[in-house]
Write a protein that binds this ligand. Structure first.
Ligand SMILES: NC(=O)c1ccc[n+]([C@@H]2O[C@H](COP(=O)([O-])OP(=O)(O)OC[C@H]3O[C@@H](n4cnc5c(N)ncnc54)[C@H](O)[C@@H]3O)[C@@H](O)[C@H]2O)c1
Length: 252
């Protein structure tokens, strides 16, 4: 059992990239973690690694688009830790294509993973978050804030997450629940160089970095630190915000 004072965070898509970095950062901050993902071996190994480092971390295998997942995830957190203080909706799927290049099935899948699942899990977590004035952080995208070429389903899904963030923030502010979003620019994770390895991958990442005002893509840790800030007392008067972590991409 964790001490009653230990805060508990749920992190979805926690087995790679930004989600993994968020889990590591929150573990370092003393959160007990429920890690959620689809890959059991990776998730269980990650929970073990965090636990060996002194953290309290459990892994729950779940596909966030499963209609039973939200209740199961919240229930697992309550059974393990007795409370939910933070929900990090990080799981997401990238897709490319103009409207004509996007099938109905692809549109539906992107909306289900990136938007519907965020809505359903946030809704399910509200009663637990209400107990102590918890916080939700949604991982949106810089493409939630600007138009994007050739990624219509993904960019629309992330813009809708931004609006979900603002609407839910307004609805639940008086209950002491803060809801914010982080909007990463290109970040060095498996998502942005899928299928590439070695020099090809390095060249692709460098080409993305060259387009960024700060001259490099983000690291997962760049995003994780801002998530930790949003969960901290320092951000206690912030709700409904969309924070770019993009090296200046959306500044111009
Ligand atoms: N990497 C970037 O450049 C970038 C930029 C902006 C926003 N983001 C967002 O950051 C978040 C994390 O992405 P990442 O870059 O770490 O990529 P990633 O592919 O490493 O991580 C995404 C995670 O979500 C999980 N996931 C996908 N569908 C799921 C489902 N149905 N159920 C459970 N888990 C599921 C994946 O298994 C994976 O662990 C995503 O929401 C992504 O859209 C990433």
């Amino acid at each position: 059992m964790t001490p009653d004072s230990t805060r508990c965070a749920i992190v979805t898509g926690a087995t790679s990239g930004i989600g993994e970095a968020i889990a590591e950062e929150l573990a370092a901050q003393g959160f007990a973690l429920l890690l959620v993902g689809r890959r059991h071996a990776e998730g269980a190994a990650f929970a073990t690694r965090l636990s060996q480092g002194g953290a309290t971390a459990h892994f729950l295998r779940a596909d966030v688009t499963d209609r039973n997942a939200p209740e199961a995830i919240v229930q697992a957190a309550l059974e393990s830790f007795g409370r939910v203080d933070a929900l990090i909706n990080n799981a997401g799927l990238l897709s490319h294509g103009t409207a004509e290049e996007t099938s109905d099935a692809e549109w539906d899948q992107i909306m289900d993973v990136n938007l519907g699942a965020v809505f359903r899990l946030s809704r399910a977590a509200l009663p637990a978050l209400r107990q102590r004035g918890g916080s939700i952080v949604n991982i949106a995208s810089d493409w939630a804030l600007t138009g994007a070429r050739g990624a219509v389903a993904y960019a629309v899904s992330k813009a809708a997450v931004a609006q979900l963030t603002r609407c839910m923030a307004l609805d639940h502010a008086a209950e002491g629940i803060r809801i914010n979003a982080v909007c990463p620019g290109d970040t060095d994770t498996p998502m942005i160089a899928a299928g590439l390895t070695g020099d090809d991958r390095a060249a692709k990442i460098a080409s993305y970095g060259a387009q960024v005002p700060m001259g490099r893509v983000g690291t997962p840790q760049d995003v994780a630190r801002v998530v930790a800030f949003l969960l901290s007392e320092a951000a206690g008067y912030m709700t409904g915000t969309l924070i770019p972590v993009d090296g200046g991409m959306t500044a111009g």
